[in-house]
Each structure stands twice: as structure tokens, then as C-alpha cells.
Ligand binder design. Structure first.
Ligand SMILES: [Zn+2]
Length: 120
């Protein structure tokens, strides 16, 4: 278990990137945050931003802000995510296409194959 929080991005566990996809279970999993909790400097001596301890990417930071600013304004508590979130029902799809001069090529994508949502 790395010394990292899970990403707090509201839709981190729904984004279909290859690094989030677990083929054997057909699920998309949320990422760990970018930086370790102690924010150790990297090999060039650069210390991560404090918010990098909580998010994997700028997109997840902005998603979180968009989702939660009203809660902050209204003084409503926001759930801190302490477990790896998952979304079920995905499959890797390989498609064959006809390319230049009739030469076939393949593309890969991760697609939702059912409408079921699992939260753990
Ligand atoms: Zn994220």
C-alpha cells in the first residue's frame, strides 16, 4: 500500500484510461493521488503542490472544485474518499480497420458493456 491517498476526483473511477482499467474484472478503478502524503521532493528537488497529495491530475482537482464549492460555501461536509472506488461493466474492445492501401490495422478502446454500477 503506497503512502498515498486515493484521488478525490469525483469521476476519477469512471474515466476510461488504460491505467485505470483492470481487464480481469472488467472494472475502472480510481487512481492514487499524484504525490505521497509527506510530499517528498522528486529527483530534481521539486516539491509537489499541496493539492497533489489529494488528486491524481489537474482534471480531478477542477472536477472536485466544481462539484464541491457550493458545499463549502454552505458549510456542508464533503466525504473524504478512503477506499479505492470502482465502476464495473467495462471491456477492452479491439476493432480492425482498413487503412492506407488496404492494409488492416487495429485500435483498442475501453467501453462500457452494461449499465450496472458497482461502488466497491
Ligand atoms: Zn483522479
Amino acid at each position: 500500500m503506497p503512502n498515498k491517498h486515493f484521488c478525490q476526483g469525483p469521476t476519477c473511477h469512471e474515466q476510461t484510461t488504460a491505467d485505470r482499467f483492470l481487464k480481469s474484472k472488467g472494472i475502472i478503478r480510481g487512481r492514487y493521488a499524484y504525490a505521497t502524503m509527506d510530499r517528498e521532493p522528486n529527483q530534481w528537488g521539486w516539491t509537489p503542490n499541496g493539492s497533489d497529495v489529494y488528486f491524481c491530475s489537474q482534471r480531478c482537482k477542477f472536477d472536485w472544485l466544481s462539484t464541491n464549492m457550493e458545499n463549502i460555501e454552505q458549510g456542508r461536509p464533503i466525504e473524504f474518499i478512503r477506499h479505492r472506488r470502482e465502476t464495473g461493466g467495462y471491456e477492452k474492445i479491439t476493432e480492425e480497420h482498413e487503412g492506407w492501401q488496404g492494409r488492416p490495422y487495429k485500435t483498442h478502446s475501453i467501453k462500457r458493456v452494461d449499465n450496472r454500477t458497482e461502488t466497491d
